[in-house]
Design a protein around this ligand. Structure first.
Ligand code: HEM
Ligand SMILES: N[C@@H](CC(=O)c1ccccc1NC=O)C(=O)O
Length: 289
């Protein structure tokens, strides 16, 4: 039934006496959340609020990703593949959100950004602790990153813990070994602070899984989830790089790097190399790597 006066009546049961009770703003601590946007430009620059909010929203999603990926690693360690699957489905959507968000920041033009870029000093997304923890959880280990957090011992300790813990891929390889796949021992006990490096001797195990997916359905599903995750993550990196290119061109970054060139190098990194390499052999009899 249409509402004649185009105004929705409030139902009598709707709570309006909320004094001293749990409220929307109280539960979500909106006073704290919404007072954390403090532009520094003086006179205030219209676009600085966009810049701050884009980063803060990104950090919130990164917080969820750290939480979810940590749980996925733990479930995998306990052979709880169903729980892992649910988490991966969520992580993929979160990364997709983060990737889509670049369209908002892309409305910032180079001239607008240059009007307030100076206030950022040497700060940079490169110093994002949560981002670095996620890179380490996924396996892109780099001990050199610890230096960046020397000014904040608590942050550095948190990053060190992520550096020294097995990554999602390390746990996936251990799981495959427990399922009877041929995973060389050097992948099951090693210095976890080092990145995983592509190993041709891992390929037969993955080939076996992809050749008979029905016989190895759980493993196959896990592998494809990891492929989805890496591909989504690369899309985020790519759109960051393209956004940076259109906003600052080839200027060096505030963090001290060469800028776009440095970001492009990350596109050649891979978390799960064998999962992409195995695809070359699929359907090719007696493939030699
Ligand atoms: C105007 C917008 C942006 C520009 C111009 C920009 C530029 C850059 C540059 C040049 C770097 C390389 C490090 C440096 O020297 O600073 C970098 C790194 C990084 N930025 Fe941004 N960025 C922007 C927005 C964002 C946003 C919204 C995020 C979201 C959290 C972000 C996260 C990161 C991260 C995580 C890194 C490290 C990447 C890596 O280690 O490969 N950036 N950014
Ligand atoms: N690295 C950026 C600055 C920047 O984007 C930034 C600065 C402070 C906090 C977060 C940032 N975002 C990503 O690097 C630049 O070179 O302009």
């Amino acid at each position: 039934m249409a509402i004649d006066d185009n105004q929705r009546p409030l139902e009598a049961e709707i709570h309006t006496d909320l004094a001293g009770r749990m409220t929307y703003a109280g539960y979500l601590q909106l006073d704290r959340l919404l007072s954390a946007q403090q532009p520094l430009s003086n006179p205030p620059h219209h676009d600085e609020l966009l810049f701050i909010i884009q980063h803060q929203v990104s950090e919130l999603w990164l917080k969820l990703l750290v939480h979810e990926l940590g749980a996925a690693i733990e479930h995998l360690r306990r052979d709880e593949l169903d729980a892992c699957q649910k988490i991966f489905a969520r992580c993929k959507q979160v990364i997709a959100q983060l990737t889509a968000m670049w369209s908002v920041l892309e409305t910032l033009t180079p001239s607008e950004y240059m009007e307030f870029r100076h206030i950022l000093g040497p700060s940079s997304g490169f110093q994002s602790l949560q981002y670095r923890v996620i890179e380490f959880q996924l396996g892109n280990k780099n001990a050199g990153m610890l230096k960046v957090f020397a000014h904040d011992p608590q942050a550095q300790a948190r990053l060190r813990e992520a550096l020294e813990s097995p990554s999602l891929y390390d746990e996936a390889l251990a799981y495959l070994a427990r399922r009877g796949h041929a995973i060389p021992q050097r992948h099951l006990q090693r210095d976890w602070s080092q990145p995983h490096v592509s190993d041709p001797e891992l390929l037969p195990a993955f080939e076996r899984i992809y050749e008979d997916t029905d016989a190895h359905w759980a493993e196959y599903h896990l592998c494809e989830d990891l492929v989805d995750l890496e591909s989504q993550f690369q899309l985020w990196r790519f759109r960051h790089m393209r956004t940076v290119l259109r906003i600052i061109g080839f200027k060096p970054g505030t963090g001290g790097s060469s800028g776009v060139g440095f970001l492009k190098q990350a596109l050649d990194l891979t978390f799960f190399p064998e999962l992409f390499e195995v695809r070359t052999a699929i359907g090719v009899p007696n493939a030699a790597y």
